[in-house]
Design a protein. Structure first.
Length: 369
């Protein structure tokens, strides 16, 4: 581990338990020096704070893997164009971050940590600005009209929209979404279909407790409404050069990007077996199973194994989807795509390590919806 990475991890561990405080100080300081930025952010900042901190943690964890680091921060820079962020805004933000960390860490902070975070922030800001610059030929966000909206269960909806201008993306990527019912509150969702000539985009959304955007996308939006989408992000895409068979592991609406990958494979795949494991709590939450079974009937290379983790009456596979995948192994020669709740992704990655699947063959995205 490099010195920089060690110092970042060591200092982060001091404030980790109080990271909401770091987020609070950080934004207070940023808005004090740049009051005009306040209008771009939602009134309620709690989720935004969590997302900032997740982004910092992801960046710090990937700092020793230049490809991942560059790709992640480049995407974040493209995505932040929706906030009309200018290069000048980056200047004071680094100071605000270091100050927030220093205040929360108190006596345990030292000048070495200060320098490490300044260096890391500089690298992060450069990658974000480069990502934004490379995307400057595209509009920072696009408007899209909702065409269809279908409630698939009490909490889950599948809807389709059409952007007013083309939105180039790759199957497996995700975008930030804002709707008129929750202005300035952006949440990321995966595009659930492969790019198509008509440019339509599908989304799968589950409304969860206080998830305002998800709630509005499930219960309020209707055909004719407009939503806004920012630049596509994410690396969970297909490697066309690989000839290995594929295992897809989807938990709940984490199925969305996997469905897009399968649709992409339908365009060209003749030789790779694709095993899809789709886990949900109960039968109602297997919200796309009919469509998946239809695809499997049409394409002999595709198999679908559904499983329920909290439905004793279900006659198919029982248990967390990670355990079901393990039961069907070994999978040493396969490429993996994993998507779903963070805890499910983590457990699946651990299970695959135990099955000796090399980590380079496992794709997943840091997901902070
Ligand atoms: N909507 C979208 O576009 C996307 C959503 N996601 C994420 O997918 C998740 C979907 O949530 P829900 O549909 O509510 O899923 P859920 O909470 O109902 O879980 C679905 C399945 O995942 C597994 N699972 C859940 N928690 C687990 C744990 N602690 N350990 C092991 N396995 C576990 C189980 O098999 C469970 O049946 C959200 O966290 C969302 O952030 C990920 C990618 C795209």
């Amino acid at each position: 581990m490099s010195d920089l990475s060690r110092l970042l991890k060591e200092s982060w561990s001091i404030v980790e338990d109080r990271q909401d405080k770091v987020g609070g100080y950080f934004y207070a300081r940023v808005f004090l020096s740049n009051p005009q930025l306040r209008d771009l952010f939602p009134v309620q900042m709690d989720v935004q704070r969590t997302r900032l901190l997740s982004a910092i943690v992801t960046a710090v964890q990937s700092i020793e893997d230049p490809d991942r680091f560059n790709e992640y921060l480049g995407s974040l820079g493209r995505d932040h164009r929706k906030f009309q962020v200018e290069p000048a805004h980056f200047d004071g933000v680094g100071d605000a971050l270091v100050e927030a960390l220093r205040i929360v860490a108190g006596d345990q902070w030292c000048s070495e940590y200060d320098q490490a975070w300044r260096d890391a922030y500089q690298a992060m800001a450069e990658r974000m600005m480069a990502g934004a610059e490379a995307d400057s030929g595209n509009p920072p966000l696009c408007h899209a009209e909702v065409l269809r909206h279908e409630r698939r269960s009490r909490d889950i909806a599948v809807f389709t929209c059409r952007p007013l201008q083309p939105l180039p993306y790759r199957a497996g990527q995700y975008v930030s979404v804002e709707c008129e019912y929750q202005p300035r509150v952006w949440r990321t969702y995966s595009i659930a279909n492969a790019p198509s000539d008509g440019g339509e985009l599908d989304f799968h959304v589950r409304a969860l407790g206080a998830g305002w955007v998800s709630g509005a996308l499930v219960r309020r939006i209707k055909p004719g409404d407009m939503i806004r989408l920012a630049a596509p992000m994410g690396t969970m895409t297909l490697d066309r050069k690989s000839t290995r068979d594929i295992v897809c592991v989807a938990g709940g609406t984490g199925l969305a990007p996997i469905k897009a990958l399968i649709q992409e494979l339908i365009k060209y795949n003749r030789t790779r077996w694709v095993h899809l494991f789709f886990g949900a709590r109960n039968r109602d939450d297997l919200y796309d199973l009919d469509e998946l079974n239809r695809l499997a009937a049409q394409h002999p290379w595709l198999s679908v194994v559904p499983a329920c983790s909290e439905d004793d009456g279900y006659t198919g596979e029982q248990g967390n989807i990670c355990d079901v995948v393990t039961r069907y192994g070994p999978w040493r020669e396969h490429d993996f795509f994993v998507s779903g709740p963070a805890a499910m992704v983590k457990t699946t990655l651990r299970g695959l390590t135990e099955l000796q699947v090399p980590s380079v063959r496992v794709k997943y995205d840091p997901y902070t919806r």
